[in-house]
Ligand binder design. Sequence first.
Ligand code: F6P
Length: 543
Amino acid sequence: MKKKSEQSTSELLKSLKELPLYSSGMNDLNFSMNECYPNPRLSAAGLTVDFSRASISQGVLNELLSIAESKHLVEHIQLLINGYELNNTEQRAAHHTALRLPENLQNRVEVTATQHEIKRISEQLRTEKWSGQDDLTITDIVNIGIGGSDLGPRMICHALANYADGPKVHFIANVDPRDLECTLQTLSPSNTLIIISSKSFNTTETLENALSARQWLLTELSDDDLSKHVIAVSSNIKAAVEFGVAPENILPMWDWVGGRYSLWSAIGLPIAIATGHQNYCDLLAGAHSMDQHFAQSPISTNLPVLLALLEVWYINRCDAKSIAVLPYSHELRLLPDYLQQLVMESNGKQVDKQGNLVSHRTCATIWGSAGTIGQHSFHQLLHQGTENIPVDFILPLSSHSDNKHKQAHLVANCLAQSKALTEGKTIAAAEQELLDSGASTEEAKRLGTHKASPGNRPNTIITMEKLTPGNLGALIALYEHKVFAQSVIWGINAFDQWGVELGKQLSNPILAALKAETKDSQAPSDATTAHWCEQFIEMHKGS
Ligand code: F6P
């Protein structure tokens, strides 16, 4: 028998199959709290993770921890934190943790310089010292970006709405013309500043929107005044200058910051503008404190690692194909959207770091929405569907609202959902309830199975006292590190995203065909595309 350290990832994960699974299935309530992870609540960086409803025993956890050891997870964490070139297909580091180091620990002078610029620009805008044309005040900021250049700052600006007391920040991502049009129609060019956020400065959607926004600015501004109304954040300074952004208005970012980790770079400028520099620094400090926990805690009490291992168990042993993230917080309603990119663009991979097809499952689908909204829509499937879908509940215990009564409702609903998923309701209990409410024996028998819930549906509750900038920073870093730890276990590169390239490549010739005046010029080779291009051209003839 091979030692663990000599086994391949697939062999290691196959060994999970031999471990007992807490079975689900109607009426089977074998799940025993006593057998659960023995230390059910662990805290770090202002967050507490409650594992008491996770379907895992100490024996299984030990097995997972030994897999993590054989995959050298601890060493990989150090490589990440120290900026080693972990992104092997692009030969880059993934050093986003460097962006949230406190200034006195910062070795990268370019980061400190850029953070000073973020402070200067955000303070000028917030104190009305940044004047637009004719010294008019900037009241509105429009951030134009997509993917990592949009989802992070957008989610955070929503999450920290209670802290937002600066110019109003709007986010535009979609190349659908209605996205930009609907926002701009409420604004005035003289009072608006556009931020073009694009690491590559080469993303079609962003460049198209930036061109339209510039046209719109020029309906009121002179060419000379344009520079007071456009900022860019990019690692491609040359392209930003060529686009016409004044060099002094371009904030840099670097190859070693991945798009989906870029909210910690100058891509986070809208956050500082909306909420103020101190709140922005608190957000970074919260993430840094989770980085320290990740780097320094033993893996057996390391929150990102434990969450990662738990999900490996669900995906590779319990065949979970999707994971729901349910924030019980209106302000965190965009968290699932943000996590979809973080998790699925990172770990939606089918080859290992050496390029070989893996023979184990990797990333599950991430989805979700704010509680209690989902309870009246898709929770039915979580409770009684044929799939067993693990859930992450995110629960700030207190709210920024003074309405304690409604906050108690919200918390009660979250706890009730978690309990219902775990405990379910047996057919016998459902029948008894029916009998108690006056139903006949026949009626109780008829409806019992409909009303029963299988239970044994694993869930984790991540709580915090309140949704503050610091706690939010820690929450995002928790998920970032969980994703990384999983990629190490699965042997994949979490930091590239080659899969998104094919669609981009194919869209250019199709665009050329759509713009062609005649049917046969540049006709696409496949029948489906050709058909719809023809339809499009026909419909837009003469317009
Ligand atoms: O489409 C994928 C992607 O490359 C993401 O990884 C990235 O966050 C997004 O596009 C936007 O890229 P950019 O910031 O270069 O415009």
